[in-house]
Each structure stands twice: as C-alpha cells, then as structure tokens.
Write a protein that binds this ligand. Structure first.
Ligand SMILES: Nc1ncnc2c1ncn2[C@@H]1O[C@H](COP(=O)(O)OP(=O)(O)OP(=O)(O)O)[C@@H](O)[C@H]1O
Length: 226
C-alpha cells in the first residue's frame, strides 16, 4: 500500500443484533479518486458508508484518515478530523431538520463550531450559488421546496467544511435527470478543485461507468473489497 492520503475502512466488522452485516471489510478511497461501490440490496453498503462517515462505530476493525486512526464517532471525534469527511444521503428529507431554512441548514455545521457570523453568511451565499439555489429558495424551509432543491441544500451543507472525502450514498437516485446532472457536475468540479476522494454508492451502472475511476463490489457478509 502506498502512503498517498486516503480514507480507509480496515477489516471492519458491523452487526445489528445477531446479524453480521460487514465481516472484515476493507475499503480505501484515495484523495483525488472516485470509487464506485455496488452490491445487492441489503449487503451493507449504507452501513459501510456510515462507518466511513464516522457515524457508526464498527465492532471490529478501524477507520483511519490519512493514516490517523479515528477512535470514536460523531462529536467524540476532534473537529479537525471529523470535518475532513462529509456524506450525502439518498433522502434529503430524512437528513434535513424541517425547522430550519435552507440557509440555516447549510450554515448549521459552521455555527456548531462557532464560526463568526459574517464568515458563515459569506460561505452560505457562495455555496448556495454553487449548487444553484436562488435567493427566494434559500429562506424557505424543507416542506416548501422540492426534493431536488432540498438535495442541493444538503450538498452545499456537505461541502461547507471543504471535506477531503465526500461519500455519496445513492445521492442522486431520486432526482430528475437535469438535477442529477447538475449535482454530479458540482461534485466533480469540487473534487477536481479540492482533490477530494469521492465514494459513489449506486445501483446505476451508467452512472458508475461515467463517474467512477474504479468500482468495487460488496457482496455481503464475509466479503472483502479494496
Ligand atoms: N439500524 C438497523 N438496525 C437493524 N438492522 C439494520 C439497520 N440498518 C441496516 N440494517 C440491516 O443491515 C443490512 C444492511 O443494510 P444496508 O442499508 O447497509 O444495506 P445496503 O447495501 O445499503 O442496501 P440498499 O442497497 O437496499 O440501500 C440489511 O439487512 C438491513 O436490514
């Protein structure tokens, strides 16, 4: 293994109750590359994403970022480390706080680390423009926008800390073709600019062929992918 910067799930094991979902799975995402992850429904792709996103602690194995082992999950991880990884889920409605305006959704991770308000407003405006959210949409709450508009806000939120690794779990699956193309273009441009590592989880073979530098298969319990 080379020493280029990478996000690594190393021999990760995860179970829910007595069901082992991931059994010694290894997945590495290098900075600057797009890795596609596919596999049958229920094989554990989203579970692996949650482990890599530092949202779920594996029962076995470890996650490291550029060689630094990550001990805990969520807010137990030092802010400098946890903000290096961001995730975009399939359903923006499940991910977004319905009480917040789109602007506040995007701003919330910055406010959580006490970013000065002028800098928050500047970054939110920059990202809203990047993802194509017009000023009239930015003040609305999730119930008053479409799924595509809400997913644009979730993408802006995911990019707010300029992550080195972006994990996309079926993130464009429920979008219409033009929103899907725009979201994909924003992610690709961001990846080039930041030299980010991107993970694309999808059942869409066309998307994988177009987008991924390499594709790995997760076939279920006891599988190992690299
Ligand atoms: N919170 C949970 N509690 C119990 N079981 C869970 C939980 N989350 C996932 N599972 C189970 O773990 C297995 C893997 O789920 P996961 O969502 O990771 O699969 P997936 O490959 O992403 O599936 P899909 O392609 O359908 O999204 C499934 O059998 C699922 O029912």
């Amino acid at each position: 293994m080379t020493s280029s910067p990478h996000l690594l799930a190393d021999e990760v094991t995860v179970g829910y109750g007595r069901q082992v979902v991931l059994d010694g799975v290894t997945l590495r995402i290098d900075r600057g590359e797009t890795v596609g992850l596919r596999g049958p429904s229920g094989c554990g792709k989203s579970t692996l994403v949650r482990v890599l996103a530092l949202l779920r602690r594996p029962e076995g194995g470890r996650v490291s970022i550029d060689g630094t082992p990550v001990g805990g999950v969520r807010y137990a991880v030092p802010v400098d480390l946890r903000t290096r990884v961001a995730v975009l889920f399939q359903s923006p409605r499940a991910a977004a706080d319905p009480r917040l305006s789109l602007d506040d959704l995007i701003a919330e991770p910055l406010r959580a680390i006490r970013t000065p308000e002028p800098a928050v407003r500047e970054r939110v405006a920059e990202l809203a423009e990047l993802v194509g959210l017009t000023p009239d949409l930015r003040g609305r709450r999730p119930h008053a926008v479409s799924d595509g508009q809400l997913q644009r806000a979730c993408l802006a939120r995911a990019l707010v800390h300029r992550p080195d690794y972006l994990l996309c779990d079926e993130a464009t699956a429920m979008l219409d073709a033009s929103t899907q193309a725009h979201v994909a273009a924003v992610i690709r441009d961001y990846q080039r600019a930041q030299r980010a590592g991107v993970l694309i989880v999808t059942h869409d073979e066309i998307l994988l062929n177009r987008w991924a530098d390499r594709v790995v298969d997760l076939v279920g319990t006891a599988s190992a992918v690299t």
